[in-house]
Design a protein around this ligand. Structure first.
Ligand SMILES: NC(=O)c1ccc[n+]([C@@H]2O[C@H](COP(=O)([O-])OP(=O)(O)OC[C@H]3O[C@@H](n4cnc5c(N)ncnc54)[C@H](OP(=O)(O)O)[C@@H]3O)[C@@H](O)[C@H]2O)c1
Length: 269
């Protein structure tokens, strides 16, 4: 694997990276940021495990990676709202069957839930949002950790959001779950600091034109937002740090594929 530059030049979008021989799992790979990242990884030679809920959409990403000349991806559908402990075990076993080590796990799946104040927030919706955004991210990470720790260099990236830090009205369970995800990333990094090749981050990709964003802001024009490939470059940058190059756990995608470290509220940095 070739490392990304230590300081990304302006406009860097992952050029020159080679993930040949490395396997990575991407959740939410059927849409938006997860799909764009999976495609970029496949184009750079990674063997991508495409996870999502909607098989036809995942198959579309599979076809695009093959058409771009990438290695054959693995389709791994999993509904994170309904998955049981047995499902996570079967998921891990299916991945282990094609090799012992994993180079990366990137959590892009998310459920927005309702945008409304806490006094009226519906308890079932609260539980669904936390199940997909927080509990599933924890359970999937735990089930894949043995394979990640088999790799001399491995990275887990959780996807955060600025609403995790800003207490913005009406963001409800989504904001609370993303604040917890920030804490989860900090704790995992702290718990595994004895593994020098293991890196863990919570990345805020900044506003991007995706389905989730348009659910939250239906009247917004996509062109007002930063491009998807700018956020994808931030994920690629974190995935290609050297084993001994430590960056703060929480990061925000900025322009030019670079990152802004965030400090303040997470459990560890
Ligand atoms: N876009 C932004 O402005 C923005 C800003 C900050 C953070 N984020 C974060 O970025 C990440 C990617 O979101 P996005 O903006 O790219 O949105 P998106 O296009 O709506 O993608 C969301 C993904 O999550 C998957 N998903 C939802 N519920 C699921 C479930 N129960 N089981 C399995 N997969 C499920 C969706 O799968 P289906 O195709 O099956 O629905 C889809 O692939 C999220 O973590 C989001 O919180 C986005």
């Amino acid at each position: 694997m070739s490392l990304s530059p230590s300081i990304p030049p302006a406009g860097w979008r992952g050029e020159g990276l080679d993930f040949g021989g490395h396997r990575l799992v991407v959740t939410g790979a059927s849409s938006g940021l997860g799909a764009a990242l999976a495609l970029a990884l496949g184009q750079a030679g990674a063997e991508v495990v495409l996870s999502g809920r909607h098989l036809p959409r995942l198959e579309g990403i599979y076809d695009r990676i093959i058409a771009a000349g990438g290695p054959e991806p693995m389709l791994a559908p999993l509904d994170l709202e309904r998955a049981t402990a047995d499902d996570y075990q079967a998921f891990a076993e299916a991945i282990a069957a094609s090799g012992p080590a994993l180079f990366g796990l990137v959590h892009c799946a998310a459920h927005l839930g309702a945008l409304m104040g806490l006094p009226r927030y519906e308890p079932l919706q609260w539980a669904r949002v936390h199940q997909v955004n927080l509990h599933a991210a924890f359970l999937l990470t735990q089930s894949l950790l043995p394979m990640l720790l088999q790799s001399p260099r491995a990275t887990v990236i959780f996807t955060s959001d600025s609403v995790a830090r800003e207490s913005r009205s009406f963001w409800g369970a989504y904001a609370v779950s993303k604040a917890a995800v920030d804490g989860l990333a900090g704790l995992l990094a702290a718990d595994l600091q004895g593994y020098p090749g293991f890196h863990c981050h919570a990345l805020d990709p900044a506003p991007r034109p995706t389905r989730l964003r348009s659910q939250a802001y239906p009247a917004e024009t996509a062109t007002a937002l930063g491009p998807l490939d700018e956020a994808v470059a931030a994920y690629l940058y974190l995935l290609t740090r050297g084993a001994d190059e430590r960056l703060p756990v929480r990061q925000q995608a900025a322009t030019s594929g670079s990152l802004r470290p965030l400090t303040g509220t997470a459990l560890a940095d």
